[in-house]
Design a protein around this ligand. Structure first.
Ligand code: ADP
Ligand code: MG
Length: 347
């Protein structure tokens, strides 16, 4: 598969997209600026921070601030930690309205927004059946267990009361998991932490979710999209970005194959099976919570329906790898010739 270079994408103040002409010396950080890069393992994934500051002490402070917010999000949202707020909700919210922190409440509201935007493809109650899978141990539920668990999968079972800041499950058996949005949210929190420290050129990534402030030494940041049919390191496209966020979901992230079936970590809320209508989906947009919340959609709805949604939403772009390996681009990312033909056409 060929490596594609797509035009640089910039998010302006209004959230719109404009193709950039790169100007010499454009937005370059001051001479002698301090560059640091840290990586750490939080939320079961690799966290990367890259930034420029005037001195090493400010860089250390900024890196530490990002890692601290990542740890906080992990401690609050992880379903692997029995004392996390989300685990407490799973244990008690079917018994009655449960008060939660403003942070969690707001994220639950955001999750509901993505469920509505994606016709229910994004659904945090996928976990009501999703908990029956263990990809590391190669465990998947049988049809009878899926059938029993499936009625609890529906985002409308999560009742949110904004006045009292409570959450309640409308029936027993409902579980939530914010794994489909928490890394994007954590990246946004990391970016906010950098901004509050005055950083004007920085990059934060948690696994496949990334976001950047400004540019990288006068040039766009370049984020690769892995070729799903090949190993790590091989890419199908390199996307230049400035002041933007990008999330890639792939069926190669957490999976096992059995009897010709790939069991992987994105679950179709309608069937309880792994959602396998594309190999990978990349969404580019203004915030990482948005791109993360939308990158699961194509797996569940398929490339055509998902592309309709991405094109309709207006402030996101998408690059999808179909099952046959061809690539679909959202309207504004298509090369000029393809754009004049059908929206979502491959090349
Ligand atoms: P990563 O966790 O590496 O960021 P993704 O962004 O692709 O990967 O998100 C995959 C995660 O999303 C799964 O591990 C699971 O926690 C969650 N998830 C799976 N299916 C759904 C779904 N239909 N709706 C919302 N979240 C989902
Ligand atoms: Mg993600």
């Amino acid at each position: 598969m060929a490596v594609a270079a797509v035009p640089p994408v910039r998010r302006g103040f209004c959230g719109g997209i404009a193709v950039l002409v790169l100007l010499a010396g454009w937005c370059a950080p001051a001479q002698g600026a301090w560059e640091t890069r840290v990586t750490d393992g939080i939320m079961g994934t690799r966290i990367t921070v890259e930034l420029w500051t005037d001195d090493a002490a400010s860089a250390d402070k900024a890196n530490a601030a990002v890692l601290a917010v990542m740890r906080h999000v992990d401690a609050t949202m992880s379903t692997y930690k029995s004392d996390s707020e989300v685990s407490q909700v799973n244990a008690r919210a079917a018994d009655g309205p449960m008060p939660v922190s403003k942070e969690l409440f707001d994220l639950l509201v955001t999750a509901r927004e993505y469920s509505r935007l994606t016709d229910g493809a994004f659904d945090i109650t996928y976990a009501s059946v999703g908990y029956l899978y263990d990809f590391r141990k190669r465990i998947h539920p049988d049809e009878a267990h899926i059938r029993d668990a499936l009625p609890a999968v529906n985002y409308e079972h999560v009742l949110l009361d904004g006045k009292h800041q409570t959450v309640q499950f409308s029936q027993k058996g409902v579980r939530i998991d914010l794994g489909g949005i928490a890394k994007g949210y954590a990246v946004d929190c990391g970016i906010e932490a950098l901004r509050s420290l005055g950083i004007t050129h920085g990059y934060v990534a948690a696994g496949g979710d990334s976001r950047m402030i400004g540019d990288r030494l006068g040039k766009p940041w370049v984020v690769g999209i892995r070729d799903p049919s090949k190993g790590e390191g091989s890419v199908i496209a390199r996307v230049p970005l400035v002041d933007a966020a990008m999330s890639t979901s792939g069926d190669y992230e957490r999976f096992f194959d059995e009897a010709g079936v790939r069991y992987h970590h994105i679950i179709d809320p309608h069937t309880g099976h792994s959602a396998s209508k594309v190999r990978s989906a990349t969404v580019i947009g203004p915030t990482a919570v948005r791109t993360d919340g939308l990158s699961k959609t194509a797996f569940v709805l398929g490339p055509d329906k998902a592309m309709e949604i991405y094109n309709r939403i207006g402030d996101v772009d998408a690059i999808l790898v179909r099952l046959d390996g061809t690539v679909a681009y959202s309207k504004r990312m298509q090369p000029a010739a393809a754009a004049s033909q059908t929206p979502g056409a491959s090349r």
